[in-house]
Design a protein around this ligand. Structure first.
Ligand SMILES: NC(=O)CC[C@H](N)C(=O)O
Length: 359
């Protein structure tokens, strides 16, 4: 059956539904992911909550969905656009096909869309509101719901994982499981807390360090939480990843802005100005920290994107703070930047020893 993708820029594309057509129109911000593999991780990354994802790789789904690679308990986007969706899956670990998985969760998939043309439109006009419909003509409006996404994906209660020697409190703005795994693999005990936890609550947990996670939406949606986040950063060694990096920058007084179409893929080159090395990184973001606003916040840009010179990570003049716009936990994508976790744990352990020595 035919389905249609309508972009707010006034262009429409025809495609065919994989599985059943949705009962109603599905709206979301349309974004594109350029990685060739890793669709399961992308679909389950809570940072994509409510977005319509276009996969630029023309064949998606051929190795199915397995038990291991989900980044959260369910797929998160509002809808998925592909060129070809493989109905069969060819992998010994596959439990079901991608289309079965998305249908189970009522997430529509529109295939045989001219994804190259859609991506060109997004590159030209930016990530924009879009609607998936069974009707060729769409008369409705393109205003997206302005609901807060982070509370929808954050844990409602505190959960403790592992019993390693370094105690990290992970602020859950919609964290990817691979971030938790990266900490557990490095001998950490991890306490995952709700996104709106207060400084007093965090202090009562006696952490050695803090991880501010990735998550969906505009970091400025969490304006009310910034004073608490600032107190936490000033008190404990902190690693901010993606949304967590943006929140750390805002909390300390820098600014963020929206990019035209963001970075979503597995091969974004980033230069580390401490080591002078360039590495490939996995990314998924629309917002970026504004470089012009860093100095007044005591921050400096340690990591810079080699394609467009945007800020990819920060350090602070005095505070033990590491923040990265890219994903050191990878999944999907290259693990070139996993050194960030080792560096962070080292920072936490050194700070811990210093505090013990002074006590
Ligand atoms: N992966 C993320 O944490 C994304 C951060 C933020 N939602 C953005 O789009 O920029």
């Amino acid at each position: 059956m035919d389905g249609y993708l309508h972009l707010s820029e006034g262009v429409s594309y025809e495609g065919s539904w994989v599985g059943k057509a949705p009962d109603c129109e599905i709206a979301g911000e349309i974004v594109f992911f350029t990685g060739m593999t890793g669709y399961q991780e992308v679909l389950t990354d809570p940072s994509y909550k409510g977005q319509i994802i276009v996969f630029t790789y023309p064949l998606i789904g051929n190795y199915g969905i397995n038990k291991e690679d989900a980044e959260s308990k369910k797929p998160q986007p509002a809808a998925v656009i592909v060129y070809e969706s493989e109905r069969n899956c060819f992998h010994y670990e596959a439990e079901m096909s991608m289309s079965q998985y998305l249908q189970k969760w009522d997430i529509p998939v529109l295939s045989h869309v001219d994804t190259r043309s859609v991506v060109k439109k997004i590159r030209e006009h930016g990530s924009m509101p879009a609607v998936l419909s069974t009707h060729e003509n769409f008369e409705g409006g393109f205003t997206l719901q302005s609901d807060l996404k982070v509370p929808q994906v954050s844990t409602p209660k505190t959960v403790v994982y592992g019993e390693g020697k370094t105690h990290i409190v992970l602020f859950d703005f919609g964290y990817k499981k691979s971030i938790l795994d990266s900490l557990l693999e490095r001998d950490c005990k991890v306490t995952v807390v709700p996104y709106d936890s207060t400084f007093d609550y965090i202090q009562s947990l006696c952490p050695d360090g803090i991880l501010l996670s990735n998550g969906p939406g505009d970091p400025k949606d969490l304006k009310r939480n910034l004073p608490q986040i600032k107190k936490v950063i000033e008190q404990f060694p902190t690693l901010g990843i993606c949304l967590g990096h943006q929140l750390a920058a805002l909390a300390l007084g820098a600014d963020t802005k929206k990019m035209l179409f963001g970075h979503r893929g597995a091969n974004q080159p980033v230069c580390d100005h401490v080591s002078g090395k360039v590495f490939m990184s996995s990314q998924n973001h629309s917002y970026v920290v504004d470089e012009q606003t860093l100095t007044k916040a005591g921050l400096s840009a340690r990591f810079i994107n080699s394609n467009d010179n945007s800020v990819e990570g920060l350090s602070h003049q005095t505070l033990p703070l590491v923040t990265v716009q890219f994903h050191p936990e990878a999944h999907p994508g290259p693990a070139d930047s996993e050194f960030i976790f080792a560096e962070f744990i080292n920072l936490v352990e050194t700070t811990k020893r210093r505090v013990v020595n002074y006590a």
